[in-house]
Design a binder for this molecule. Structure first.
Ligand SMILES: [Zn+2]
Length: 253
């Protein structure tokens, strides 16, 4: 996962190589003439201030992206915020000089970007909350984090981990921590990863803690590893082959 793609502000002339969420091969580019930015009202009013500087400017922007893969051409609507910052620009004489440039940060993509690869074999009960998380992550990292937690609960259910115990004839729901602890020994190497994802998700469910885009990206990286381990066929095939070769101590013949 290349975090720079999602974190570094971009200029209209050079948008990041966001991957197409449909084919995963082409990159998304703004369709000519669709990118539009306007200065916010309060930002216009601030221009009257004595201390005003161009870096006070705030924009809203929107644009329509299209996949560069000719076989796909998926369209993605994008919107976000922007501002002005110092950048290296090239003057009339071609020499680099410092000047003000417009920069933008995405807040929404529809359909959402596929930030990690969700294996086809992964159950819908897990992929749906993750896709919802991708939809929210740029505008509300805390909400995105909560959706990772929902995906984690679903994953445990898919792995056959019970959700409650019956005590004195009453159902007692198990918390996420207890459920991860119930994973059988064959999943022991995943347990640490799941606990770590849980901790990142905990921050998201408490109002007094701030969840950053980086926190959620950390969780995605761990989830990616877990899903590849559990569901990705190519990974399973490689592991099976490795097992066979190791057993034979040579080519499988
Ligand atoms: Zn595409």
């Amino acid at each position: 996962m290349d975090r720079k793609l999602y974190k570094v502000p971009f200029t209209h002339e050079k948008s990041p190589d966001w991957l197409c969420p449909h084919c995963g091969k082409g990159v998304l580019r703004f369709i000519d003439g669709t990118f539009r930015h306007e200065e916010r009202r309060h930002s216009r009013e601030d221009r009257d201030h004595d201390a005003w500087d161009p870096d006070w400017i705030e924009y809203s922007y929107s644009g329509m992206l299209r996949c560069s893969n000719d076989q796909c051409k998926e369209c993605v609507a994008n919107a976000g915020v922007g501002g002005v910052d110092l950048d290296v620009i090239f003057g009339h004489d071609g020499e680099p000089e410092q000047g003000w440039a417009d920069f933008f940060r995405p807040k929404y993509f529809e359909p959402p970007l596929a930030i990690i690869d969700l294996p086809d074999e992964c159950p819908v009960s897990v992929t749906e909350p993750l896709e919802e998380s991708f939809r929210l992550v740029f505008s509300s990292p805390a909400s995105a984090s909560n959706n990772v937690r929902i995906a984690l609960e679903s994953l445990l259910t898919e792995l056959g981990i019970k959700r409650f115990v019956v005590k004195n004839g009453k159902r007692q729901f198990l918390n996420l921590h207890a459920r991860i602890g119930l994973l059988p020994a064959k999943y022991s190497d995943l347990r640490d990863l799941l606990f770590a994802i849980k901790w990142l998700g905990n921050a998201g469910s408490h109002a007094d803690s701030v969840v950053t885009l980086d926190d959620v990206m950390d969780a995605y990286e761990l989830v990616d590893h877990v899903l590849q381990e559990l569901y990705a066929q190519r990974f399973k095939k490689a592991k099976d082959l490795a097992k066979l070769v190791n057993k034979k101590k040579g080519p499988k013949g």
